[in-house]
Design a protein around this ligand. Structure first.
Ligand code: GPP
Ligand code: MG
Length: 284
């Protein structure tokens, strides 16, 4: 589906570079995990892994480790959706920065409601819509080539919305102004993100390496709360998931689909310059 607004979806050279990265991304760390059950994620995992997967005999060992990573990534999406509140089948939800669609599909299967996803990658839109069609849920789960800073949906139309690791690509004040517009009064926004420590974080080498790797711009933790407060979004839950995500990275570092960014995440989390956070906030 194309944009309903007249403004171009990609407004800056930076946005074009980000769209290009995702249009050409075909990494086994995402595709091999998604092939397991058709849930394609673009986020990391939480929870302890079963250490026995590392001792699984070849040739099954690779698949066993990959299945365990996928289980932890799905657990992360489930945890995010645990915080969206009571959502009935007539509600509408938005997945802002929807990637290949995994979180949206889970949301629909949990709540039975309409879910719209937006991404600035046309390849991701096509991929995610194809998945929805294969599942026979394309009447309820739809992905759009739109910019989450200017999504074109009606004001107040969303009961809930989330960003699952997509806020590091945009200005938070602009983003949360758009979310405040989209959310119904009392609607819930849930964010899972990596953010830097305001005091000790700064641009540590590890945080800079993560930015460089994904062409993103990790925000300090304080920016989230300033931008929420400036846009009538009031936090109800803030959960530090740093300890919960470290095992995922330890497992990933030993997996056959490691990409080389694992040590930067482990260093950043362990040195305390970077946190993995869930923030849930209500539109008031
Ligand atoms: C990608 O997930 C997530 C991001 C690019 C955002 C950066 C996240 C931070 C917490 C800083 P992915 O599943 O596409 O990444 P990978 O290919 O490394 O698995
Ligand atoms: Mg991934």
């Amino acid at each position: 589906m194309t944009s309903s607004t007249t403004a171009p979806v990609l407004r800056t050279d930076y946005q074009k570079a980000v769209a290009e990265y995702w249009d050409y991304e075909r990494d086994p760390v995402n595709l091999r995990l998604g092939e397991i059950d058709g849930l394609y994620h673009h986020h990391y995992g939480i929870g302890d892994y079963d250490p026995r997967v590392l001792d699984a005999p070849a040739p099954a060992r690779d698949d066993t480790i990959i299945e365990e990573m996928h289980r932890l990534e799905t657990a992360q999406a489930d945890f995010l959706l645990d915080h969206v509140g009571d959502i009935g089948p007539s509600a509408r939800l938005l997945d802002a920065g929807s990637g290949r669609g995994g979180t949206s599909v889970i949301a629909h299967s949990r709540f039975g409601c309409q879910v719209d996803g937006v991404t600035i990658s046309e390849a991701q839109v096509a991929f995610a819509n194809d998945q929805a069609e294969r599942r026979g849920i394309d009447d309820a789960v739809r992905f759009h080539y739109r910019n989450m800073l200017d999504s074109g949906f009606e004001a107040g139309s969303m009961r809930g919305l989330w960003t699952n690791e997509s806020t590091m690509y945009v200005d938070l004040f602009e983003l949360f102004a758009e979310f405040a517009r989209l959310l119904a009064h009392g609607g819930r926004y849930v964010c899972i993100t990596g953010c830097s420590h305001d005091v000790t974080g700064g641009r540590t080498k590890a945080v800079s390496r993560i930015d460089e790797h994904y062409t993103c711009n990790i925000h300090p933790r304080s920016h989230y709360f300033k931008a929420l407060a400036a846009n009538n979004l009031v936090p109800i839950n803030v959960i530090d998931l740093t300890t919960a995500t470290i095992p995922y990275w330890e497992l990933r570092a030993q997996s056959p689909v490691a990409t080389g960014i694992e040590e930067a995440f482990l260093t950043a989390y362990r040195e305390g310059s970077f946190h993995y956070l869930l923030i849930a906030a209500d539109r008031v």
